[in-house]
Write a protein that binds this ligand. Sequence first.
Ligand SMILES: [Zn+2]
Length: 198
Amino acid sequence: MRTPLKRYILTHEGLTISVKEYRASRSMKLIVHEDCTVTLTCPPRTAKMQAANYILGNVDWIRKAVQRFSNRPRRADRSDIEVSPTDILDLRRKAANYIPQRMQQLAAANGLHFEGVTITTTTSKWGSCNTRGQIRISCFVMILTEELIDLVLLHELAHTLVMNHSPKFHATLNALLPMHNEKALNRQLKQYHITKTK
Ligand SMILES: [Zn+2]
C-alpha cells in the first residue's frame, strides 16, 4: 500500500498497535505481522475512539495471532515501533499519570528512597539514575507490559543502592523482582525498538 494519510499508535495492556489511515481503505482491518507487530489499517478520517473500540473488540484475536507468531522461529527477533509527535504527547501524559505513583509504590514496598522522577522522551534508554537518587524514565516505557515497566523502574531504584552494573547490582535487582528473573525480562525488553517519525 501507499504512504498512510495519517499514522499513530494505540496501546492496550502490553499490546502496541500501529494505526494507519489509507485513502483507498474501505473498512478497518487488523494485521499481525511475523515480527509480532500489529497494524490496524482504516479508512480516512476514522475517529481514534472508533479505532480503539475496534481493537478492544478484537483483543483476544490479536493476542492469539501474536502468540502463534511468537511460538514460531522468527526472522527478526525484535519489534519496531514507530511513534509520531502526537503519540509522544499521548505517552508522556500516560507516563506522567502512572510512573511517579508506581515508582513510589515500588520504593515503599522495598524500603527504598529516591529523590524524584522526571519523564523524558529519550529513545536510546529506558531510564537513568544519578548519584543524588534523581531518576529519569522514558515515556516510551508505556508501550511495555506492566511487568517490563516494573523491571525498568526497579532497575533504576536498584541504582539507589548500587550505582554501577556490577554483579552486586544485578544480584540486588534480581532480589527486588518478584520472579527473580532479570535475565529473561531483559531479553524481552531488548526486543523493543522505538523510532520517532514525523
Ligand atoms: Zn542501569
